[in-house]
Design a protein around this ligand. Sequence first.
Ligand code: C2E
Ligand code: MG
Ligand code: MG
Length: 572
Amino acid sequence: MARHQAADRSVDAAASEPARWSPRGWWARRPAIPPEAAARALAQVSDGVLIADMRQQGHPIVEVNPAFEVITGYPAAEAIGKNCRYLQGSDRLQPEIAEVRAALQEGRGCSVTLRNYRRDGTLFRNALRLVPLRNKAGRATHFMGLIRDVTHAAGIDRLTGLLDRYGLLDRLAAIGAGAPASLLLIKLDIVRFHDVNSGFGYDAGDALLRAAASRLAALPALAVARVDTNSFALAFELDDPDGAAGTVDEVLDILRPRFLLPGASLAVKFAAGFAVGATDADPLQLVRQAGAALQRSKAQAGHAPHAFAAADEREARNRIRLASELQTAVANQELFFHYQPQVDLASGDLVGAEALLRWDHGAFGLQPPDRFIGVAEETGAILEIGAWGLRTVAAYAARSNRNRHVPIRFAFNVSALEFTRRDMLAFVDRVLDETGCRAEWLTLELTENLMLPEPGPVRRAFADLRQRGVELSIDDFGTGYSNLRYLESFPLSEIKVDRSFVRDVADSPAKRVIAESIVKLGAALDIRVVAEGIETEAERAIMRTLGCSVGQGFLFAKPLDEAQFQTWLDRS
Ligand code: C2E
Ligand code: MG
Ligand code: MG
C-alpha cells in the first residue's frame, strides 16, 4: 500500500509541474516502481512486452508478459533465456533488422515492422518498438520490446504496396463518411494468370503483378488494392453514375500496352466487373457486387467488362449451388455428350467428331460446359467427370467405328488438372482395353496452357500416349500466352486454330496473316491443322486456300445429339 502511494505521488508531482514535464524528466524523477505493480501493469497491456538484459552475453530475454505469449505462441518459460532474434526464424535478410541492430548498439530506441514467426511457424508482421531502459548513469542496461501484431491491421499488400483487402474496406468505410457523390467499384482479374506463373516462372508472375499495380496506382482513384492473388479492386468517386463504363474503359486502356517481364513481353487480358453505389452504402456489398459482375466477365469469351446487375448475385449463388450439385451429376446420369462433325475441307468428307459435354440440370435445364467446367476444375469434380467422360466417348467411338469402312477420329477435351493428377497413360490404356476403342480413334484435346515449359511428367505422358497411337491436339491455339517455339518440343499431332482467328478471316488482313502462319507452322512440323468455328462459306474457302486440311463449325453442323449424329455416320 505504502509503495502505491509513492507511485501516485510521483504522478501528482509530474502533473503539477507541466512546464518542466518531459517523459525523460518524469522517468528520471520517478521513484522505483514496485515490481508487483510493474508486473501487474505488464499483464494488462495488449501489446506483447519483452525485456532483454543487455549486460549479459547474448542479451537474453529475462521477462515477457502474457500478451507476448498469446501473440507469439511461445510460453514465457521457452522465451526466457533466448535472444529475441529467434522470432525472425531463418528470415534474416530484412532491411529493418539492420536498423534494430544499430539501435541496440547505440543504445537508442527504434520502431520497425518485421516479419516474425510464431511458435507454430506461421508468419506475423510485428510492429516492434524498442525502448532502452537506463540505469542512473544513463547506460542502457535493458531493452524493452513492445510487440504489436499488425499482420492484417496494416492493410498494405507487401508485394505491390497497394492496399490489401482489409485496407480497401477500411478506406471505403472512411470515404463513405464524408462524400456525397456516388462510388464506382471495379474489380479486375488477370485472365489465365496461372499460365504466366507456370510458363515464365513465379518471378515473371510477381513482376506482372507489380507492373500492373504501378500502372493502376497512377490513376486518380480513391483506393487501389490487390484483393487476391491476381485480382485488383479500384474505387472511384463519380459525379455522374453514367460515367462508370467510361472510367472502366480508361482503366483497361492503361493496362493494354504490353508488359515487359523477365524473359517475356506479354499482352495481358483483364476481365472486369463493376458496380456503382451510394458512398454511404455498405462497402462490403459494393465489393461483393463488383465481384459477382467480374465472374460474369470471366465466364464470357472475350472477357468484356460487365456492369453489375441484380441477376449477377443470383448467378453467383447459383454457381455455388452448381458446384455442390456437380458432385452428384455423374452418379445421377445427368451428363452426356454432343458430337460435332469435323470435315475434310477439300472433299467435305466426315473425318472426325469432337465430343462436347452437356449437363441436364434438373432445375436449370441444359447447361453448356462453359457454365460448369470451371467450377468442376475448382472443386476437383472434373476428375470424376473426366474419367466417366473418356470411358463414355471411347465406348461410343468403338460402337460407331465397329462397322465402318473408314473409321473416324473422336476428340475428347481433357482438363489440365487431369493430366497433372492422374497417370493418364495407365488410365487411357485401361479405357481402351475395357471399351475396345483403338488408340488411333482417339484424339485428346488440351488447351494451350499445358504446352508451357513446365514439361517434366506432362511431357513424358504426352510422349507415352503418342507412342501408343493416341493423338494429341492443342485446342484454342493462339489464345494463350505461350510461345510458338514450344510446339516443336511436344509430340503433337494436331493444332486447332482458335475460332477468334477464323472468324472475320475474310475481312481482317491481320487475322488472315496469323491464321496463315499457324497453318504453315503446322505444315512445317507435320502437324494437322483444324480450323474451329467455321460459320461461313467464305471462312471455309479461305482456310482451305491457306492449307488447312480439316474444319469444324456451324457451317457444317452444330454439336449434335447421338441420334442426329447417327445420320452423319450413316451418310458417310
Ligand atoms: P472447345 O473444345 O474449343 O469446343 C468448341 C466450342 O465451340 C464448343 O462449345 C462448340 O459448340 C463451339 N462451336 C463449334 N463450332 C462453332 C461455330 O461455328 N461458331 C461458334 N460460335 N461456336 C462454335 P461448347 O460445347 O460450349 O464447349 C465449350 C468448351 O467447353 C470447349 O471448347 C471445351 O474447352 C470445354 N469442354 C467441352 N466438353 C468438355 C469436356 O468433356 N471436358 C472438358 N474438360 N472440357 C470440355
Ligand atoms: Mg475442344
Ligand atoms: Mg476450341
